[in-house]
Design a protein around this ligand. Sequence first.
Ligand code: 5GP
Length: 187
Amino acid sequence: MEKVIIFSAPSGSGKTTIVHKLLEKYPQFEFSISATSRAPRGAERDGVDYYFLTEEEFLRRIEADAFVEWEAVYAGTHYGTLRSEVDRIWSKGNVIVFDVDVVGGINLKKIFGDKACSIFIMPPSVEELERRLFGRGTDSEEVIAKRVAKAGQEIERAPEFDHIVVNDILEQAVAATCEIIDNFIAE
Ligand code: 5GP
């Protein structure tokens, strides 16, 4: 059966680290590469981390109904999942792994229903989240302030997910996530 696993979390919760570990462990899992209109950060590559589009191109594809789901995650910056990406992964018989923001995760769960398992990665606290974002050293103070402000609202929506995993100690969070996924795949 076609299946999808959805990960959402406030930025800096360690979600992407957990997702990468799972992709190493489960060979039949494939990361859904989102499209975005933001500029590449650090070592990010087009077609690997994201499909980097100009804002004009992104808007043109919204008009063309090319997205399963899209959102202006930050003012003036769009993110979305292309229909072609879902087709690409399912056509190989693989399980799709989404790493999207909280609103996107809730929307994707509604779209995919029983085919989907949605998991919220919870930071131990908002203070710890802020510390991790500074430690990452990839974002400006202004961007970090925006992400921290958004985190509080996002955490309130955690109960709308099928599962919540607290990422305090990474290995434990990965183990808890694997257990959830093994059950879902066995269904
Ligand atoms: P970043 O700029 O840090 O890579 O991502 C910012 C936020 O956008 C993250 O929470 C990320 O999960 C989310 N995001 C990435 N791709 C998508 C997508 O396709 N749809 C939605 N709704 N959010 C996304």
